[in-house]
Design a protein around this ligand. Structure first.
Ligand SMILES: [Fe+2]
Ligand SMILES: [Fe+2]
Length: 156
């Protein structure tokens, strides 16, 4: 992500009242079980997720329904902890490769949110393919749809 993108995202993250995710549109792409997980996300994360999903949809009009749902839910693991701007800013200053080994919960959430999110979705009864895409959105490996999600998330 470019510096200007990071600054814009930081500015948007300062207050949840500035976020206005299109939850009606998002809900139309999710099962009732997935919708509950989506609505538990912070409004700022939902707004980010809707933007990523709209990019995926615009650039890949034939995207399968599970990819759009995965885009909406890709960061749902972050809702394992309350959204605190200062924690996210500090965590963002630590290089990703060190996040997993430092014993500070915000860093652990950042490092493991794909796995946490996939676990949440499976526990809630979401579609298995959607959980897989959430799990792989930072490390797609050979999964072409997870790679699409990773690319548009990174551009956001
Ligand atoms: Fe993520
Ligand atoms: Fe994201």
């Amino acid at each position: 992500m470019r510096i200007s993108g990071k600054i814009a995202r930081l500015a948007r993250s300062l207050s949840s009242s500035q976020a206005s995710p299109d939850d009606v549109w998002a809900a139309s792409l999710l099962t009732p079980e997935e919708r509950a997980v989506y609505l538990a996300m912070d409004p700022r994360d939902r707004e980010h997720a809707v933007r990523v999903t709209q990019r995926v949809w615009r650039h890949c009009p034939d995207a399968p329904a599970e990819l759009l749902a995965g885009a909406l839910l890709h960061d749902c693991g972050k809702s394992a902890r309350r959204y605190r701007v200062w924690e996210r800013v500090l965590a963002g200053l630590v290089p990703q490769r060190y996040s997993a080994c430092l014993p500070w919960e915000p860093l652990q959430i950042r490092a493991w949110h794909p796995q946490l999110g996939a676990r949440m979705l499976r526990a809630a009864g979401g579609r298995e393919r959607v959980a897989q895409l959430v799990e792989r959105h930072h490390t797609p490996g050979g999964d072409a749809h997870a790679a699409v999600l990773h690319r548009y998330d990174d551009l956001e």
